[in-house]
Design a protein around this ligand. Structure first.
Ligand SMILES: C[S@@+](CC[C@H](N)C(=O)[O-])C[C@H]1O[C@@H](n2cnc3c(N)ncnc32)[C@H](O)[C@@H]1O
Length: 279
């Protein structure tokens, strides 16, 4: 079942958090000269238009990127993220929003590798066409968890693995825990960033506990809830569980999340940056 299309949600407040974390990690990894690998398990279409039929229907980006597009924020991370998006929108009008593989393509050097898997029969060719001229790229129309087994460890022995499932099926939470455990065994020095939605607090705590119980060390939780936790009203927030985070990440998000709260928060907005498992 593949009913999820990210074009309905691109640029929403959950994308803003996810992509800020992605940008912060990649910037950290880019400080070293040796080539790195970016692996995107659920890559989506890569590029989205705010005038697409899907974006016009939900207008979710209006409560996300559109609210910070002309932001006065002094956060260096928010400004860095906006600079990347502005490079796609030279007229200063917010027309295009980059998905995670496109953000990686905008940031990485020619010698770095981009690997991505995407199953959707309509989104895959759109994604693939954006990488046809890039030398070190491997874009596959295969299942995310098959891809983790087949494509890790990467030749460049350092990098970021972004895991961003739609969680349409409840079994996907267990798939992520199992997939991450296997991927970490193959590539223990990699940084992993796992996106999760906050829909029902108890369920998400059980998922986080499942990741903690894998025994994998160095897990950092970065969560931004736009409104108060609420049962039965859909997503109220989202988070990123980062394994092997850059040592700078925790302090950076302690500074950035109050800014996001000011720019995107509603009544009951709350956030956390928590070290779940240390060394
Ligand atoms: C949340 S979207 C990805 C958004 C993207 N990571 C971004 O930030 O721009 C999830 C994507 O996963 C794809 N997908 C769903 N199940 C999958 C699977 N088992 N393997 C690979 N891709 C899958 C969907 O088609 C969808 O495009």
């Amino acid at each position: 079942m593949l009913s999820y299309r990210h074009s309905y949600h691109a640029g929403n407040y959950a994308d803003v958090l996810k992509h800020l974390v992605q940008v912060a990690i990649l910037d950290y990894l880019l400080q070293k000269e040796s080539p790195l690998c970016y692996h995107d398990t659920h890559a989506g279409a890569g590029l989205y238009s705010s005038s697409s039929e899907q974006a016009l229907k939900t207008a979710e980006y209006e409560d996300g990127i559109a609210k910070i597009w002309h932001s006065d924020s002094e956060s260096a991370l928010i400004q860095r993220y906006l600079t990347l998006i502005r490079s796609l929108n030279p007229e200063q009008q917010l027309q295009f929003y980059p998905g995670s593989p496109k953000i990686a393509a905008l940031m990485l050097r020619a010698t770095d590798t981009i690997q991505a898997t995407e199953l959707h029969p309509s989104d895959f060719p759109i994604l693939q066409s954006q990488f046809s001229h890039r030398r070190f790229s491997r874009i596959e129309n295969i299942d995310a968890f098959t891809g983790l087994k087949a494509m890790l460890p990467p030749l460049n022995k350092r990098g970021l693995v972004l895991i961003d499932p739609p969680y349409e099926l409840y079994t996907e939470y267990q798939d992520v825990i199992k997939g991450v455990t296997e991927a970490y065994r193959r590539f223990p020095q990699g940084c992993y960033a796992i996106w999760y939605p906050v829909i029902e607090r108890d369920a998400i705590e059980a998922f986080i506990n499942g990741l903690v119980r894998t025994g994998i060390k160095k897990q950092l939780r970065i969560e931004f809830c736009r409104s108060a936790d609420c049962k039965g009203f859909g997503m109220t927030g989202s988070g990123m569980l980062v394994i092997n985070p850059p040592y700078t990440l925790s302090a950076l998000f302690e500074q950035t999340l109050p800014e996001l709260q000011r720019l995107l928060g509603q009544d009951g907005c709350h956030w956390q940056v928590s070290q779940l498992v240390g060394e």
